[in-house]
Design a protein around this ligand. Structure first.
Ligand SMILES: Cc1cc2nc3c(=O)[nH]c(=O)nc-3n(C[C@H](O)[C@H](O)[C@H](O)COP(=O)(O)OP(=O)(O)OC[C@H]3O[C@@H](n4cnc5c(N)ncnc54)[C@H](O)[C@@H]3O)c2cc1C
Length: 312
């Protein structure tokens, strides 16, 4: 463990839209924030191609390029951006203590958690190969690219039903692949799907392979009861089997819901720990968009600034 302890007013954990937006606001407020990027500098948007729904880019922009813009804007006002992974936290006393890469200790008056979430995937080779080339974990983000076309979606929860209905509004046909002979989703969400003439629910159905070389052209599925295989022509393949918030290091330090999403006080980014704020997908399992993450990042910086002002 390195002996030198760095002290900061604002420490931001994570470099997605939430973290960088918090950094822009905190640095412009003269708080000299320190931001650790984590293992994925730029966050989830660095693994996508076109982003067409972020305001201010009328022609759309590539995800990695957009996140470079976010970083540059945060640095322009004095944010220190460092590559590093927060590996441990201690919020039991003030200032709050954070360990980075199991080595460096930082003491911070306020902490902004913006560690995001990761989509769960099926784990098959073709899914990884065609990721971003027709395979997506976000219907709201990518559904538009497949308007008027046939797509498939995997999942059986409320989110899967919601995304299937969303896709049915813009696509020609939606095959919903459900592993069991029933869904986890609430009855009301199931009814919405089952009544929609554009959605065909395929029960007891699992994905063997997503077909296509450079883009999705189809999917080979099998019925796990009968063993029967079937190839379906589609151009988009959506995975909606859940997300995992990147919050395990805060497990014993902060109040979360049963799925690991950090709980914030309604209308704010305050957590149950004074001086610790949470924003972006780490505390939002509902909207999960870059613009909402950025919005709550802004809120977190303003909440931190007001907290610091009240301490003085
Ligand atoms: C393939 C794909 C396409 C998408 N397309 C769109 C789109 O077109 N439009 C849209 O609005 N949204 C899109 N989204 C959703 C959008 O990317 C997310 O809603 C948004 O990135 C969430 O921002 P965030 O800042 O909360 O977290 P993230 O972007 O998830 O960033 C989390 C950050 O935290 C860091 N981190 C995690 N753990 C630690 C740690 N222990 N220490 C330090 N750092 C840590 C990571 O390295 C990362 O930098 C897409 C998502 C995916 C996966």
């Amino acid at each position: 463990m390195s002996s030198e302890i760095e002290k900061v007013k604002v420490l931001i954990i994570g470099s997605g839209p939430a973290g960088y937006t918090a950094a822009i606001y905190a640095s412009r407020a003269g708080l000299n924030p320190l931001l650790f990027t984590g293992a994925q500098p730029g966050g989830q948007l660095t693994i996508t191609t076109d982003v067409e729904n972020y305001p201010g880019y009328p022609e759309g922009i590539m995800g990695p390029e957009m996140m470079e813009d976010f970083r540059k804007q945060a640095e322009r006002f004095g944010t220190q951006v460092k590559y590093g992974m927060v590996t441990k936290v201690d919020f039991s006393s003030k200032p709050h203590k954070v360990i980075v890469d199991d080595q460096k200790e930082i003491h911070a008056d306020t902490i902004i958690i913006s560690t995001g979430a990761s989509a769960k995937w099926l784990g098959i080779e073709s899914e990884e190969r065609l990721n971003g080339k027709g395979v997506s974990a976000c219907a709201v983000c990518d559904g538009f690219f497949f308007r008027g076309q046939d797509v498939a979606i995997v999942g059986a929860g409320d989110t899967a039903c919601e995304e299937a209905s969303y896709l049915a509004n813009i696509c020609n046909k939606v095959y919903m692949l459900v592993r069991k002979d029933e869904m986890r989703a609430s009855q009301i969400m199931q009814n919405r799907v089952l009544k929609n003439p554009k959605i065909e629910v395929m029960w007891n159905t699992e994905t063997e392979e997503i077909l296509g070389q450079d883009e999705v052209e189809g999917v080979r599925v099998f019925n796990n009861k009968s063993g029967e295989k079937r190839e379906i022509k589609i151009s988009g393949f959506f995975v909606a089997i859940g997300h995992e918030p990147n919050t395990s290091i805060f497990k014993d330090s902060i109040t979360m819901d049963e799925n690991g999403y950090i709980l914030t006080k309604p209308g704010s980014t305050k957590t149950n720990i004074e001086g610790v704020f949470a924003c972006g997908d780490a505390q939002d399992h509902v909207y999960r968009q870059a613009v909402t993450a950025a919005g709550t990042g802004c809120m977190a910086a303003l909440d931190a600034e007001r907290y610091l002002a009240a301490q003085e």
